[in-house]
Design a protein around this ligand. Sequence first.
Ligand code: MRU
Length: 381
Amino acid sequence: MTLQAIKYNDGKLSIIDQLRLPYVENYIPIHTSEEAWHAIKEMRVRGAPAIAIVAALALASELHKLLACDHIPLGAKEVQVFITEKLRYLLSSRPTAVNLGDAARKLNIVVADHAELPESTGRSVATALIRAAEEMLAKDIEDNKNIGAYGAKWIMANGLTVAKSKATILTHCNTGSLATSGYGTALGVIRALASANNLHHAYCTETRPYNQGSRLTAFELVHDDLPATLITDSMAAALLAKADANVDAIVVGADRVAGNGDTANKIGTYGLAVLAKYHGVKFLVAAPLTTIDLATKSGSEIIIEERPASEVTKVKGPLENNPTSQMQFETVHIAAKGINVWNPAFDVTPSALIDGIITEKGVVEKDAEGQFHLGDLFRAP
Ligand code: MRU
């Protein structure tokens, strides 16, 4: 059965609560932009594409309700202002991932264009937003499938360290069905390798401090019955040095790819890229075009979200012998009280360390001068 993290049908949105995974599969309804903002901020939903889709669909659900009970303002411009303000508010939830900004920009354009039409009304503008948000959901899944196919093909053609027919991949954080509308980006590449019978083994890092790897990626790998092993972040160097592990490529996702290819992704990604270079292992970023931000010229311009110290000093989960059906989670301290904490959620990997960026349009490699030309992806074929 396919794992569905975002459920949406005709104005009804619910998301799997990722704070309770992998112990409890509990869906929470999202009716409004405010509920979506809190779900994103608290990381009940996370992952760059998923954040954007949930925000867009939450606003669509809110408008659906207003339309159903005839509470939508009559004027097209009035509804346009309402939507623009809601999108601005949603954008303030988390700063690093660009997908939400990209979705808001596109939705604002749809709404502005629609509001200009002579026959437009408040209802028709709201309906235009709902349609555009629903299309984003469908397009993200389609894009991920293409990313998976291109990435798997590239790895089989360029990434294998020794002559063999199956690849071993290390990945970081969670980039799967839980981080997107479905299938995933980096995890989509692993899924595509597996469907083509080209996956030997997948390794996932724990991804401290939020443990997206051990909680979420491990959950997806077990769910799909893929050959996989969990390691702590500090074991990655030893794994790459281990001849019989034979890791062929490290594939990660992205929260924002700058115009020059510098990539913000989950904290720890940069360290893995340095390790890959040292060990001669390919380092690939898998991301849809919605994650590529040409307006940000290089990684130094990317704002890195800093999260609360408690994420580093405490862990949360069910007690070992506590039946998960009771849904009781306990918090445990794991650091000396009083210690200062630095908790950046992301880091920036310089493009010099990246061998390729896997997109839904294909894998972009650098030219002879070591430059990515990401702008070409946005030009009509
Ligand atoms: O803080 P998170 O869990 O939202 O961070 C997620 C990541 O860094 C992912 O790798 C990235 O968003 C890509 S998800 C397809």
